[in-house]
Design a protein around this ligand. Sequence first.
Ligand code: OMP
Length: 264
Amino acid sequence: MNFFDRLADRIATVDSVVSVGLDADPSRIPDHLQEKDLPQWAFNRRIIDATHEHAAVYKPNAAFYESEEGWRSLRETIAYAEGKGVPILLDAKRADIGNTTRQYAKLLDDVDAITVNPYMGRDSLEPFLSREDKGVFVLCRTSNPGASDLQDLELDTGEPLYERVAALADLWNRNDNVGIVVGATAPEELESLREQVPELPFLVPGVGAQGGDAEAAVEFGLRADGVGLVNSSRGIIFAGEGEGFEKAAGRAARRMKRRLNEFR
Ligand SMILES: O=C(O)c1cc(=O)[nH]c(=O)n1[C@@H]1O[C@H](COP(=O)(O)O)[C@@H](O)[C@H]1O
């Protein structure tokens, strides 16, 4: 089954478009879990127990797991989330020349969807795009302050670079498995991109800790059939500290779901 069909089912089941970002920064894991064998896994397991009823997906960012312990924690996390029926979107932002990117694309064996970087062009993404059953989210207009350095540059056609990326993503979507990443901190760009590529699902990060626009994230981030994702990482998983941190995370996830649902 196509990833976006599975995602539609998941959104309907939990009545939520919340992507819970599992950015388990080792330095922020509560003290009482630090002596565990794999502190990140111990942390994520508790977060998943507390938030899965509100999670359309979990989005671990690979940056937080790039160590031997980290990869072990990530594997456990993925298996546990799958056991709860929650799809995994691995935020890896990968892509490279052909033989290298074929190795990167193997990451998809273990997860449902991935984020990729379009900078090196079509061939660098081909091994991801050809995985018909997996979701591929192409970075388009990111949420960070420096996004405008390159992504807003005007091409000789007069369009900004991020619009060209969206047009290419639409072209690359021959298997109905491509979405784009558009930050909630860029509500005008969100609106214009939704008009430009109405068929593409969006992943909208940047609400919560980055202060993005939740209403715009829902209004323009979701496709007409309601498929799309709005992510918060630190705003959910680090909502509380110390013992009982997971309860605070559960409340934060529920609050975000309700807030987004007001606009759906
Ligand atoms: O691809 C992403 O998910 C992403 C794209 C983007 O434009 N901005 C952005 O913040 N992200 C990711 O979304 C998450 C945001 O985390 P919080 O700011 O803690 O909610 C991080 O994992 C970022 O890497």
